[in-house]
Design a protein around this ligand. Structure first.
Ligand SMILES: NC(=O)c1ccc[n+]([C@@H]2O[C@H](COP(=O)([O-])OP(=O)(O)OC[C@H]3O[C@@H](n4cnc5c(N)ncnc54)[C@H](O)[C@@H]3O)[C@@H](O)[C@H]2O)c1
Length: 372
C-alpha cells in the first residue's frame, strides 16, 4: 500500500494543491480541516476543487479527539491548519494563538502518542520581518522596524548614515527572525515546536518558510491573506487595487504549484530532516508592478493602482527569498514564470465571484490605529 499522508488545513489554498501533487505521485491523502468560515464561507461545505480521492475529515485542529482520529494509520503529516492574516492577528490575538499555537500543541501531543515517520510544517517569510540589505559599500545589514516618525514623513526606505537608500538582497534562512505580528510569532512557534518534538520523538521534521503564494483557489473574499487575491477581488469588482506606501516595496511571489512541489520534495528527501527551508521564487517584484500586471492580464488595464501613501504598523519594506538551500538540499527549482502564473490566475478568476471586503478590513485596522 502507498504511504498515507495527512494534511491539516488541506482543504485550503496551498493544502489542496499539495493534495493534487501527492495524489499525482501515487500517495494517499487525508485532510483534517474545519472549513473555517473566513476561508470557505457560510455553511462550510467540501470545496469543489478538492480531488474526490481526498478523504476529508471535518474537524478542528484544537480538538484532540478529531486529531487522534485523523492520525489513524497515517505515515506522514503536513501541518498547514492555521489562521492566516498578519493584520487581523493584531487584534484577534486569542483566535490566532488558539488555532496556530495551541492547535500545533494538540497535534504534537497526539503525535507523541502515535509518532509518524515525517512531519512537515508550513512556516512563513513573515517571521523575518525586514529582509536583508546591502549598503553602497557592499556591507550586508540587518535592519529593525521603521519608526512611526519615519513612516509619518512618508520616508519609506531604509538609508545608510549618508542618507543613501539601502538595497535589498535575498534573505537566507540564517537571518535572525524579527517578529512584528502575532501571526509571525505563531508561525515561528509552530516551526520550533514541530522541529523540537520531531527530534525528541524520532520523527523527521522539516519547516518550510513560504513566501507570497499565488494561484487558483486562493480565498478571494478573505481580505487578510495574499496581496494578489486582494488585488484580484478589487479588480473583479471594477475597483482599482489600493497600495500602501508608494508601491515600490518588493516581495517574492511564488506559484502555488512550485510550493506544492517543494513540499513533496521535502517528504522525499531524507537529508531535509531537522531543517528549515525558504520556499519562494528567488525573484523580487514591486507591489506596484504586480498590481499593474494583474490588471493587464484580467483585461482591466484602465484600473491603474491607487497609491494611497498610507501605511500599516509593522509592515516591512522589502523581503525576498534566497532559495539556494532548497535548491541544493531538496533539488527545488521554481518552474512557473510570473506571466504564465498570472495568466492562469486570470483564467481562473473569470469564473469566480469575489466579495470585495477590503474596505471592511481596512476599517478594522483603521479603528485600531493599525493603518494610517
Ligand atoms: N498563502 C500564503 O502566501 C502563505 C505564506 C506563508 C505561509 N503560509 C502558510 O501556509 C499554510 C496554508 O495557507 P493557505 O494560504 O493555504 O491558507 P488557507 O486559509 O487557504 O488554508 C488554511 C486552511 O486551514 C483551515 N483551518 C483554519 N483553522 C482551522 C482549524 N482550527 N482547524 C482545522 N483547520 C483549520 C482552513 O479552513 C483552511 O482550509 C498556513 O499554515 C499558512 O500560515 C501561507
Amino acid at each position: 500500500m502507498s504511504q498515507l499522508v495527512l494534511i491539516t488545513g488541506g482543504a485550503g489554498f496551498i493544502g489542496s494543491h499539495l493534495a493534487d501533487e501527492l495524489l499525482d505521485h501515487g500517495l494517499r491523502v487525508r485532510v483534517l480541516d474545519n472549513l473555517a468560515l473566513q476561508v470557505h464561507g457560510e455553511g462550510g461545505r467540501r470545496p469543489d476543487y478538492l480531488d474526490p480521492a481526498v478523504e476529508l475529515i471535518q474537524g478542528d485542529i484544537c480538538d484532540p479527539q478529531a486529531v487522534r482520529g485523523a492520525l489513524r494509520g497515517v505515515d506522514a503529516v503536513y501541518h498547514f491548519a492555521s489562521a492566516v492574516g498578519v493584520g487581523q492577528s493584531m487584534y484577534e490575538v486569542v483566535h490566532y494563538t488558539r488555532v496556530n499555537n495551541i492547535g500545533t500543541a494538540v497535534l504534537l501531543e497526539a503525535l507523541i502518542e502515535n509518532p509518524v515517520e515525517q512531519l512537515i510544517v508550513a512556516s512563513s517569510m513573515s517571521l523575518y520581518g525586514e529582509g536583508l540589505y546591502r549598503t553602497a559599500g557592499g556591507e550586508v545589514r540587518m535592519v529593525g522596524e521603521r519608526s512611526l516618525e519615519q513612516l509619518r514623513r512618508g520616508d519609506w526606505d531604509w538609508r545608510d548614515e549618508d542618507g543613501t537608500a539601502l538595497q535589498p538582497v535575498p534573505t537566507p534562512e540564517s537571518k535572525v527572525p524579527a517578529l512584528a505580528s502575532v501571526y509571525a510569532l505563531s508561525k515561528l512557534d509552530q516551526e520550533r515546536l514541530c522541529l523540537m518534538i520531531g527530534r525528541a520523538y524520532g520523527m523527521k521534521a522539516v519547516a518550510l518558510r513560504f513566501f507570497n503564494a499565488y494561484g487558483p483557489r486562493q480565498a478571494l473574499s478573505n481580505p487578510y491573506t495574499g496581496v494578489l487575491a486582494i488585488f484580484a477581488s478589487r479588480l473583479l469588482n471594477d475597483s482599482a487595487p489600493r497600495i500602501f506606501e508608494d508601491g515600490w516595496q518588493q516581495r517574492d511571489f511564488v506559484s502555488v504549484y512550485d510550493i506544492a512541489r517543494a513540499c513533496r520534495l521535502a517528504l522525499q528527501t531524507p537529508a531535509a530532516a531537522g531543517q528549515v527551508f525558504n520556499v519562494g521564487s528567488g525573484t523580487s517584484y514591486t507591489v506596484r508592478e504586480i498590481a499593474e500586471r494583474l490588471a493587464d492580464v484580467t483585461g482591466r488595464e484602465h484600473l491603474r493602482p491607487e497609491i494611497t501613501g498610507k501605511y500599516r504598523v509593522g509592515d516591512i519594506r522589502h523581503c525576498y527569498a534566497d532559495i539556494s538551500k532548497a535548491r541544493e538540499v531538496l533539488g527545488y527549482a521554481p518552474r512557473v514564470k510570473l506571466d504564465e502564473g498570472l495568466a492562469e490566475l486570470a483564467a481562473w478568476l473569470e469564473g469566480q465571484a469575489a466579495v470585495d471586503r477590503v474596505a471592511e478590513a481596512s476599517a478594522e485596522l483603521d479603528a485600531r490605529g493599525l493603518a494610517l
